[in-house]
Design a protein around this ligand. Structure first.
Ligand SMILES: [Ca+2]
Ligand SMILES: [Ca+2]
Length: 143
C-alpha cells in the first residue's frame, strides 16, 4: 500500500437467511432481527439456549469496492438472559464450509463483539470481492 493511499471501511448488512438458522427469531425471519443500524437491542433478536446452534445470513454485496480488501470484520451484539456465562463464536461460511473466529463471552449486559478475519479461511489468502460476496456470516452458541 502506497503512503497516503486511501482506505475505507464499508458496512454490509444481512439481506436474507443463510443455509443454517438454528436460532429462534423473536418475530419474522432471522435475518430481519439483525439488520438494523443502530442495533435495536431487545426490540428484535434471535435467541438460543442450545450449544452448537448456528445462525447464518446472506449479506449485501460490497458497494463500490475495488482494490485490496485488507480484512473482514463481523460485529455480533449479544447478551444472556439466564444462567451462567456463555460463549459465542463468529461463523464465516466460505467455500461451503463453516469456519469459526475467536471466542467471545456473553455476559448479562448487551455487548457488541467485533471480530476480524484478515484472510478468507477457505483459501487462507486475502479476501477477494467474490470471496466476501459468496460467503455467509453468523454466530454459533458455543457454550
Ligand atoms: Ca430488522
Ligand atoms: Ca435486532
Amino acid at each position: 500500500m502506497a503512503f497516503g493511499a486511501k482506505k475505507k471501511v464499508v458496512t454490509i448488512r444481512p439481506i436474507a437467511d443463510g443455509v443454517t438458522n438454528d436460532w429462534t427469531p423473536s418475530a419474522g425471519n432471522n435475518y430481519q432481527n439483525v439488520d438494523e443500524s443502530p442495533v435495536d437491542l431487545d426490540s428484535s433478536y434471535n435467541y438460543s439456549s442450545t450449544p452448537g446452534n448456528i445462525d447464518l445470513y446472506t449479506m449485501q454485496t460490497l458497494p463500490g469496492v475495488t482494490g485490496t480488501i485488507y480484512a473482514l470484520g463481523l460485529n455480533l451484539g449479544v447478551r444472556k438472559t439466564t444462567g451462567s456465562s456463555h460463549d459465542i463464536n463468529p461463523v464465516f461460511r466460505s467455500g461451503g464450509s463453516n469456519y469459526l473466529g475467536n471466542t467471545g463471552t456473553v455476559g448479562g449486559d448487551f455487548f457488541l463483539h467485533k471480530f476480524v478475519m484478515a484472510n478468507d479461511p477457505a483459501t487462507r489468502l486475502g479476501w477477494t470481492y467474490e470471496g466476501v460476496t459468496g460467503s455467509q456470516y453468523g454466530i454459533r452458541l458455543t457454550t
